[in-house]
Design a binder for this molecule. Structure first.
Ligand code: LLP
Length: 419
């Protein structure tokens, strides 16, 4: 469910016509709905109410400071994967005690920053990383709270690039080696074992893989307990997949809770979940303007002013995003490739998509673009990053200005011998 709905034939973001926002902020433009964002966060909070939990929003999905501020005010924690994301989370006012830090390649500087900030825990992915954390914590004379990210060898049935829980993936520690790694961690002076972490992939649209992975992790937690290692935090990784094409029967946080609570309710954990996509994905759209139309060997191309640098998901994962006109029309039906201005054949938003024939300067909304949209955007082909707008009821706010050409050369310099 989201708040980008037609009134008569005009697309609205909450109570504001999208066209009106574009008049002020231009295109390409990300528009986010406050109501959708808060509703999606609250769905997790309510689903797990009654069991100790921390919902740690995965900043990689979207780290716009205004959105983070909203989530911070709602009580969200954060899942971060770099010093930069830790900085964003702290700056938004997310308490360090609700921040978990994952990723296979944390640097010593990043570890130091996180230790000094006193985050809740590090999700550790290798014995080398354990050694590095022990070393930095020793130098700072603190104990580093850690969880080991175990790889339960469960197929997430999602796109191979966003599946992470199989043996062959670079992530985590194989579950059959976990006891060894936990004894190693437990023997380190400057490390305190507090949790278990797993994450099997993203855009998972069934609850079964979560349940299967959790079962394996609970067996591990029991073995650890019998060896005197008590797990306080059970971190089950990312959240649910979302509808990209109006699929109606996908599980919601309440269904996830129903599926996993019977497994964990007898344990005394604090449950951590790190949803990203399911909180912000359908809370955002990317609005783009039609520049040109082109027909070539019976193929129709709609050339728009957003490109793969703004939203790379279709190019990178062949991901489907619904595309809707900002003003509905009854023109003839075409089957068109919607493409961007970038000099790559992979620069497309849709292929052979059925749509009412667009015209020059029409506005199109690429739906479900709030997660892994702006956060994966780049300046490729010398393109300025898009602006971002937040809508709340009848009001809207520019929460990130569109970049200017001078931003594209920020920090660069010309060596003296060239001057
Ligand atoms: N926790 C960890 C350790 C993760 O690696 C991820 C996502 C999440 C949480 C959040 O998962 P979510 O709730 O959003 O499914 N760029 C890709 C998605 C990459 C996901 C990477 N990890 C895409 O656009 O589909």
């Amino acid at each position: 469910m989201h708040d980008f709905i037609y009134r008569k034939s005009e697309l609205y973001a909450e109570d504001v016509p999208v066209r009106k926002i574009v008049e002020k902020a231009g295109t390409p433009l990300y528009i986010y709905s406050y109501n959708t964002l808060v509703r999606h966060y609250s769905a997790y909070k309510e689903a797990f109410d009654g069991y100790p939990n921390i919902i740690c929003f995965a900043l990689k999905a979207n780290s716009n400071p205004a959105l983070l501020k909203i989530l911070a005010k709602e009580g969200s924690g954060a899942d971060v994967v770099s010093g930069g994301e830790l900085f964003f989370a702290l700056k938004a006012g997310i308490p360090a005690k609700n921040i978990v830090y994952a990723g296979v390649g944390k640097t010593e500087q990043e570890i130091e920053y996180a230790l000094k900030s006193r985050i809740l825990m590090f999700n550790i992915e290798s014995s080398d990383e354990l050694a590095a954390i022990d070393k930095v914590a020793g130098r700072l004379k603190v104990k580093a709270p850690i969880a080991l990210r175990v790889n339960p060898d469960i197929s997430a049935s999602t796109h191979p690039y966003i599946s992470t829980g199989l043996k062959k993936h670079k992530f985590g520690i194989p579950i059959n080696k976990a006891l060894e790694y936990y004894s190693l961690a437990n023997s380190l002076r400057n490390v305190e074992v507090v949790g278990i972490h797993k994450h099997i992939g993203s855009q998972i649209t069934r609850t079964t893989p979560f349940v299967d992975a959790l079962k394996k992790v609970l067996v591990l937690a029991d073995s650890l307990k019998s060896r005197g290692i008590e797990i306080r935090y059970l971190d089950m990784g990312g959240g649910l997949g979302i509808p990209y094409n109006n699929e109606e029967d996908l599980p919601k946080p309440g269904d996830l809770a129903k599926a996993i609570m019977p497994l964990i309710k007898l344990h005394n954990f604090t449950l951590i979940i790190e949803p990203g996509r399911s909180i912000v994905g359908n809370a955002g759209i990317l609005v783009t303007k039609v520049l040109y139309l082109k027909k070539h060997l019976r193929k129709e191309f709609v050339i728009v002013d957003a490109g793969m640098n703004d939203l790379i998901r279709p190019s990178l994962y062949d991901a489907y995003h619904h595309i809707q006109p900002v003003k509905k029309n009854a023109r003839r039906i075409v089957y068109a490739d919607v493409v961007g201005p970038i000099c790559e054949s992979g620069d497309f938003f849709a292929k052979g998509r059925k749509m009412n024939s667009p015209r020059h300067e029409d506005l199109l909304a690429v739906m479900s673009a709030g997660a892994y949209g702006f956060s994966m955007s780049s300046n490729y082909n010398g393109r300025k990053k898009a602006a971002e707008v937040l809508v709340k009821g009848k009001e809207f706010f520019v929460v990130r200005e569109r970049e200017e050409y001078k931003d594209l050369i920020k920090g660069t310099s010309i060596p003296g011998f060239l001057k």
